[in-house]
Design a protein around this ligand. Structure first.
Ligand SMILES: CC(C)(COP(=O)(O)OP(=O)(O)OC[C@H]1O[C@@H](n2cnc3c(N)ncnc32)[C@H](O)[C@@H]1OP(=O)(O)O)[C@@H](O)C(=O)NCCC(=O)NCCS
Length: 142
């Protein structure tokens, strides 16, 4: 398995993974914009030449904001999401950024559990944060 920065050829598969994993996926234009603007903090994991997971972060006001992470269904629960997050945290730290935040659906127990194990703490509840009215949680680390 190779963990690396995103490349242009990866984007089709990433857009597919978005649609497979989310009811309200980021549209391709946004994924392209994130690729153009935040490539340093856009990481993928490749296995046998397939992209099987990715994570996208951005940086605003010296704070890292993790926008999305997804792992292909047949590779879930094997520690890959955790490694992707650790690699991203490492990139941020190398750039002197230690304060991180992210939002997550309140119902997403898998992701919340992973984030807590990585040192994120629930900071706030975000009422009706998502398109379908579900509440979100704001998590912070550092
Ligand atoms: C969230 C996600 C990225 C986790 O990736 P992953 O590679 O499966 O996660 P890991 O194997 O590293 O799991 C780390 C920990 O997270 C928790 N976890 C992961 N999947 C879980 C599940 N289905 N149920 C409960 N806890 C789970 C566990 O605490 C796990 O540790 P453990 O396996 O030692 O018990 C993956 O489930 C996914 O792609 N989900 C859909 C997209 C999504 O919801 N992304 C987050 C919002 S942006």
């Amino acid at each position: 398995m190779i963990f690396r920065q995103v490349e242009a050829d990866d984007l089709y598969t990433i857009i597919d993974l978005e649609y497979q994993n989310f009811d309200f996926p980021y549209p391709p234009e946004i994924i392209n914009f994130l690729y153009e603007s935040y490539r340093n903090t856009f990481l993928v994991v490749e296995k046998d030449r397939d992209i099987i997971g990715f994570v996208i972060g951005i940086t605003q006001k010296k704070e890292g904001h993790i926008l999305v992470i997804a792992v292909r269904d047949d590779f879930k629960r094997k520690g890959i999401g955790t490694v992707l997050m650790k690699k991203l945290i490492n990139v941020y730290e190398k750039n002197g950024i230690t304060r991180l935040k992210l939002e997550v659906r309140e119902s997403n127990v898998a992701a919340i559990s992973m984030y807590r194990k990585l040192g994120f703490k629930i900071n706030n509840k975000l009422k009706h944060y998502y398109e379908d009215g579900e509440d979100g949680l704001l998590l912070r680390r550092g």
